[in-house]
Ligand binder design. Sequence first.
Ligand SMILES: Cc1cc2nc3c(=O)[nH]c(=O)nc-3n(C[C@H](O)[C@H](O)[C@H](O)COP(=O)(O)OP(=O)(O)OC[C@H]3O[C@@H](n4cnc5c(N)ncnc54)[C@H](O)[C@@H]3O)c2cc1C
Length: 369
Amino acid sequence: MNAAKNVVVIGAGPAGIAAAIAANLRGFRSVVLDARMPPVDKACGEGILPHGVAALRELGVRLDAGMAHPFFGIRFLDEECLAHAAFSGEPGLAPRRTRLQQILIDRAIEVDVEFQWGARVTHVDSKFFTTNEKQIPYDWLIGADGQNSAVREWAGLRSSAVRRERFGFRRHFRVRPWSDGVEVYWGEGCQMFVTPTGPEEAGVAVFSRDPQLRVEQALERFPALAEKLEGAAPASKELGDTTSLRRLPEVTVGCIALVGDASGTVDALTGHGLSLAFQQAIALADALLQEDLPRYEAAHRKIMAMPVAMTRLMLLMEGSDTIRRRALRLFEETPGLFSRLLSIHSGAVPLSSVSAGEMIQFGWRMLRA
Ligand SMILES: Cc1cc2nc3c(=O)[nH]c(=O)nc-3n(C[C@H](O)[C@H](O)[C@H](O)COP(=O)(O)OP(=O)(O)OC[C@H]3O[C@@H](n4cnc5c(N)ncnc54)[C@H](O)[C@@H]3O)c2cc1C
């Protein structure tokens, strides 16, 4: 057992704080360093899927209705079709990013996690990390420094080629949410994503391959959504970021492990990033306790499998109008199929339960839709 050892976490995003909480709950002493000062905002749809909410609960983080707005399912819409499915169990939750960070910080402080804000880490090797020109030793080091992770580079954990880089922008509007689910509007070359983030507020995001396409311009392509937002005042600054499918052959080396976006990403349209980070945080702390990082490698691969499959499906729809139209028609005409997909997407049903026969049937129906 390794319980007295110290854990240094680089990055106080959701993944880093969750990893520190999980480690301290297993008896480690964690310190989290972040180059920025809280509250740290970031372009994010802010929806946490039900299995992400369950992982947070495991960390002792309980989000009630005053902290995060619930959403009960997902709606896919295009100019012709509407497919809707509800989660089979508990709802997802959508806290504003800055609020989520504060909630995580509060829980981390409760379990004695230490924070160093405004502390940029400038180098990591197999024994020391450097911040403010000081070299400090560590027992375990967790790289939670986001999708452009420098820890990943320093540790030599290179990713396979980044696939399908896209751009996402998000802005909040003061409006009473008209749906109790997350809505995904599919159009030619872009998608819009609406998350109810409060009783009088919704987060609106756009995803495309065009780095110039902002929320206001994209709304011109979605008149039904534009109508719902007509007259709604913006309630936040527009923030943007890139999103892609990035996988790493390995997420650990020596006493270093990566978690969250640093350890690989799926397309943001899937809404999986936060849930992945919380699940990985728990798996990593379990592996640290056993001093068994290969155990984390295996768990990480398993956690990523379904969101990667969902990314592939969504990118297929994103890349071809014909496939997107057929898929949406099929989902509208076969609500049972869309519900089953959502059950897999939200972690209620394992991906492994999908048989080869079902996959063939799905492909065949797509061809006929
Ligand atoms: C437009 C968009 C919409 C999205 N929508 C959703 C959604 O609806 N649901 C969902 O689950 N996910 C969504 N995601 C994905 C989600 O935002 C990410 O998966 C999540 O933020 C990853 O958290 P993280 O902690 O790994 O990284 P980050 O949140 O990026 O945190 C990294 C932290 O590391 C710090 N850092 C970096 N380098 C250093 C250094 N050298 N020294 C010290 N500190 C450092 C940074 O300051 C930062 O605070 C979306 C992403 C985008 C782009």
